[in-house]
Design a protein around this ligand. Structure first.
Ligand code: ZN
Length: 209
């Protein structure tokens, strides 16, 4: 695989992500930058072109679904992509130190964490794990907000959760919201369709062209 130029702007980074996802969706992945030479080149330092904050779901394998390689994505994931201080610290690091021009927040169909939270709000069985309930408690306000808007389907809740996640990110991290205001960064919220492998944008902050 020949070397390609690292995307520098939010628009270039988004274009690279959508192009890579298109290759994955159509069954024509290039598997770029996964060779031994590239691995050795990277050993002296990383310069990823995007950060991804997504659900830990095993079907959301970041480098595979965006057809990228080693050193391309700074990936932060947990069940249900729930914001927390360590998540925000990792994302701020990707912006301030690594200079990524794009943060993609990625939810997906039939998310187990969101399903568990819906079950919890409906009084169905609760998860046994103490810390699973930490995640559920954090997603719960979004489920209640969705319900208040007459939205009960999991896909509707997931879409709102992606929006709320970014709202919270921007409210809590001045570094991230300042980078957007300065035109250095865009944050895109999207949903991943498990069957099709497609990324569907929901909301964008900043200019992705
Ligand atoms: Zn999930």
């Amino acid at each position: 695989m020949t070397e390609t130029k690292r995307p520098q702007t939010p628009a270039e980074a988004w274009a690279a992500m959508t192009a890579g996802n298109h290759r994955f969706v159509t069954g024509a992945p290039a598997h770029p930058r996964q060779d031994i030479d590239h691995r050795e080149d990277l050993a002296t330092g990383q310069r990823p072109f995007a950060a991804l904050f997504g659900c830990a779901d095993s079907r959301l394998s970041a480098e595979i679904i965006f057809d990228v390689g080693l050193g391309d994505l700074f990936v932060v994931r947990n069940a249900g992509q729930v914001i927390g201080e360590t998540i925000l610290g990792s994302l701020e690091y990707s912006v301030e130190v690594l200079g990524v021009p794009l943060i993609l927040v990625l939810g997906h169909d039939e998310c187990g964490a969101i399903r568990a939270t819906i079950n919890h709000t409906e009084g169905k069985q609760a998860a046994a794990g103490k810390f699973i309930n930490v995640l559920v408690k954090q997603i719960e306000p979004t489920v209640l907000e969705a319900n208040a808007q007459g939205k009960f389907e999991i896909d509707e809740v997931t879409e709102l959760h992606v929006q709320d996640t970014i709202k919270e990110m921007l409210a809590q991290s001045k570094l991230i919201s300042d980078a957007i205001a300065a035109g250095k960064l865009a944050v895109v919220g999207a949903n991943y369709k498990l069957t099709l492998g497609e990324i569907h944008p929901i909301v964008t902050f900043g200019n992705i062209g």
